[in-house]
Every structure is written in C-alpha cells, then in structure tokens.
Design a protein around this ligand. Structure first.
Ligand SMILES: [Cu+2]
Length: 453
C-alpha cells in the first residue's frame, strides 16, 4: 500500500513528465499563430523582447519569424505551402516556401534556448524539415524515413530541441528534396551567442543563394534541371530588385551567405578586404582567419565574413561567375562579336521594321535596350546606376556605406556622390601613338635594365 508521501511523489513525477511533453502542453495552449509575409520587401530587424540582448539580423528581401514564449520554451510555427514570390518587379514565380514566401522566414534564437517548432504541411505531398548544421537528437534531424515518417499533407509535426551552440544554420526539407528545394523551400536559422560581448557586430546581413529554372514567360520552375539554371537569386530575388546592404560608416558588419544551389558561388565584394569568421560548423578562431576579397561558398555550406566599414561609397557585391549575374538567359545563343550583320539586318527590316541585331560589338547593348519581352520576365541584364545601365542581373547588389546613419536605418540612401577628384574621368588631351608590345620588345636589350638614368 502506498502512503500519502509516496502518492505525492508519484504525482510529482507524473506532473514532471507532463511538463516535458510537448503535445500535452500544446493541447492546452493551442498552436502558436503562424505569421505570414505578403511582401518581398526587406523587413526591419526584429529586436528580442525577452532573454539576452543580441543584434538581430537583416535578411535581404526577407523577414524574421516571430516566436512566443511558452513556459521557457521558444515556440515557432512554420507552414510549408505553395507561395507566389515576386522575384523582381514584373516577375512573379509560383514556388513552394514557408509562411507566404520563398525563401522561408529567418529563425532567430539564442544559444541555450529550447525551441519547439511546429511544422504544418500545406503542400500536396509529404515533407520534413532538416536543421542543417544543428547539434540535436537524431530523431529531430528531419530526414524523412530515417529520423521520422514524412509529415503528410494537412498534418503538423513538432520538432523540439536545445540550441547547444551559436552560429549560422539553414533549414530545408529532407523529403523529395530535388523537387522541394528546386521549388524554393529553404531558410536560415541564426543562433545568437548567449554572451552579447562575443563577436558583436553593428549590422548583420543574411543572404541565401538559390537558383531556379523558369522559362521566360512562365511561372513554375522546371524541377528536373541539374546545372543549367537561368535565374540566380539571393533569397529568391533578382537584381535589380535585390535590396542594397545599407551600412553606417565605422560599423562592424557581418554578412552571412548560405548556398543551397547545385554549384559553388564565389561571392566578391568591392572596396574592402575581409575575413571569414563563421562557417556552418562554427566560429573561426581569430588566429585561424585569413584575408579575402572573394569567398567561395560551397554547395550545402555557409560562410560568414566581417569587415569594418571604413570606406564610404557604393560598392558592388556579386557572385563572380559572370553567368550568375544575368537573368533568364538562353545559353545556346551563338557569339556574333565581329560579325557584320548589316546585310542581314537590312533584309529583315524589310519584313520587320523594328528588328535590332544584337551582340556584334559585345553584349553591353542588352543592358540599355528596351526590348519587348514575354510577360513575367526580367531582362537578362538591367538595373540603372547614376551613370547608366549597370549591365548586371541575378546575384548582384550594392553595399552602400554612408556617414551618420541611425542604427536601425536600412533605407536606401540613394547613389553615392563621389567627392571631387576621386572619380575616373575622360582624358581630353592628345593621344600619342600607342607602342605595340611587338615594337616594345625590340627596344629591350637582354641582360640590361630597361631604364637608364
Ligand atoms: Cu554564382
């Protein structure tokens, strides 16, 4: 027979069990509301309302998912669903994503937090969420068939784990992955250090590299494409409509870049050198860092780099694969450089007066031409700067460093005005005959220095 104390003990034990059981609690509390985002505009940083302070990230053309606290657990609600994403002005794609957008909302939490993430599946097939780079229990890892059964359409699964380390992580389905990722299902998961004094920055930007193959004039990605994608995006957005990275002069700036495409992307930023300070494996110790001006982001990986914003200006930031700074291009166009097409042009204009020959002097004229395009298509290269067409598309933006911006001001400050004497200019004096290398060679005497005093 149990005495009163033993009964109480049993009662306390079962109460403790109940309090760690997610289902019981959520039945009482109900599902956290699923926030939805209707716009592709960059949302202001979401400062923490509870717990340790941190500098929240800014996801270019994206947003951070709000959470609620439930008995010390951070609860979030992701909804996997078909979405309409404005990839650039004049072009919308029918994708799959989370909470109204692709890429999905950024998740932000703090090292040591326990998170409970509800995932509701509104797709026509099963899905799962893999928490890329996270240290967590095997059953929470989100590999369909291995970690747990797929989340059937219409059902909600719960992932719950402790965030044992800070850093930059990603999330994406590990279910029918080729299709679901080609459709745009991915997002980033930032775990801030518990100690706000650990590697603090003033601005912290997020870019997820992703790619689609959408024929000009159509809306749905071709999911069977393996290499030859035609839209190279940051957060499912294309230049000229990727927002700039607005930075206050003297800020310490971090840029975190994740890559869930099928190829590597050397991300090159002008005007600065910088150091890799974090990978999805963790923070890089100061003595292990080295300087770079381009950082290759491997497939399925993340690199974060940091710099002190010492130099004012408008600095290009882009993938250094030149085909990745183009939009919707066909790759089977012959090269016409040096070809005289005037005869042909005259004949075609007899039939079609508006015909324009392209590419005989290079392709730069593509940036300025207002060519008739099919509906729902972005020009191959476009975007206007203060001095003309920028002749870029795809994975391109501008880091705008300005003096005296307020700490949460990310609004576009317009174009940089170069101080007098600091801009390239046209030479209007006389042009001497240029010495050809061939002639130059004959004037060099072997074994002698070229310059005599
Ligand atoms: Cu690239």
């Amino acid at each position: 027979m149990l005495n009163r104390r033993q009964i109480l003990g049993v009662g306390a034990a079962s109460a403790a069990l109940v309090s760690t059981n997610a289902w019981t609690k959520t039945t009482n509390m109900g599902l956290p509301e699923a926030a939805l985002m209707e716009t592709a505009a960059t949302q202001p940083p979401l400062h923490p309302s509870t717990g340790p302070d941190y500098q929240p990230v800014v996801t270019l053309n994206g947003w951070t998912l709000p959470h609620r606290m439930n008995n010390g657990v951070k609860e979030l609600h992701l909804v996997a669903e078909p979405v309409e994403r404005e990839m650039a002005e004049g072009m919308t794609a029918y994708l799959w994503g989370y909470n109204g957008q692709s890429t999905g909302p950024t998740i932000e939490a703090v090292e040591g937090d326990r998170v409970r993430i509800f995932v509701t599946n509104k797709l026509p097939e099963h899905t799962s969420v893999h928490w890329h780079g996270m240290i967590l229990p095997s059953g929470m890892d989100g590999v369909v068939g291995l970690s747990h059964p797929g989340i059937p359409p219409g059902k909600t699964f719960v992932y719950e784990f402790d965030l044992v380390k800070s850093g930059t992580f990603m999330y994406h389905p590990h279910a029918d992955e080729m299709v679901q990722m080609a459709m745009g299902m991915m997002g980033m998961f930032i775990v801030h250090p518990r100690d706000p004094a650990f590697m603090p920055v003033d601005r912290d930007f997020l870019i997820m590299l992703n790619a689609f193959d959408i024929d000009p004039g159509s809306y749905v990605p071709k999911v069977m494409t393996m290499v030859d994608f035609n839209l190279w995006c940051w957060n499912s957005r294309l230049f000229p409509d990727i927002d700039p990275l607005v930075v206050n002069k003297h800020d310490r700036v971090r840029v975190r870049v994740g890559n869930l495409t099928m190829t590597n992307h050397p991300i090159h930023m002008h005007g600065y050198d910088f150091e890799v300070t974090c990978t999805d494996g963790g923070w890089v110790r100061p003595e292990a860092r080295w300087p770079e001006v381009s950082i290759d982001i491997p497939v399925g990986a993340m690199r974060a780099y940091e710099f002190d914003a010492k130099y004012e200006g408008d600095w290009a930031i882009h993938c250094h694969k030149s085909h990745h700074t183009m939009n919707a291009m066909g790759h089977d166009i012959p090269t016409f450089i040096g070809v005289n097409k005037s005869d042909l042009t005259r004949k075609i204009r007899g039939l079609q007066p508006e015909y324009m020959p392209m590419g005989t002097a290079g392709m730069a004229d593509m940036g300025e031409m207002e060519m008739p395009l099919p509906d729902n298509t972005v020009p191959m290269m476009s975007g206007w700067g203060p001095y003309g067409a920028i002749e870029m598309g795809g994975m391109f933006s501008v880091v705008k460093v300005r003096e005296g911006l307020a700490s949460d001001d990310y609004s576009d400050p317009g174009w940089f005005e170069n101080p007098p004497g600091t801009q390239a200019y046209e030479w209007t004096g006389e042009l001497p005959d240029l010495a050809r290398a061939e002639n130059a060679r004959t004037t060099i005497t072997p074994g002698r220095t070229r310059t005599k005093s």
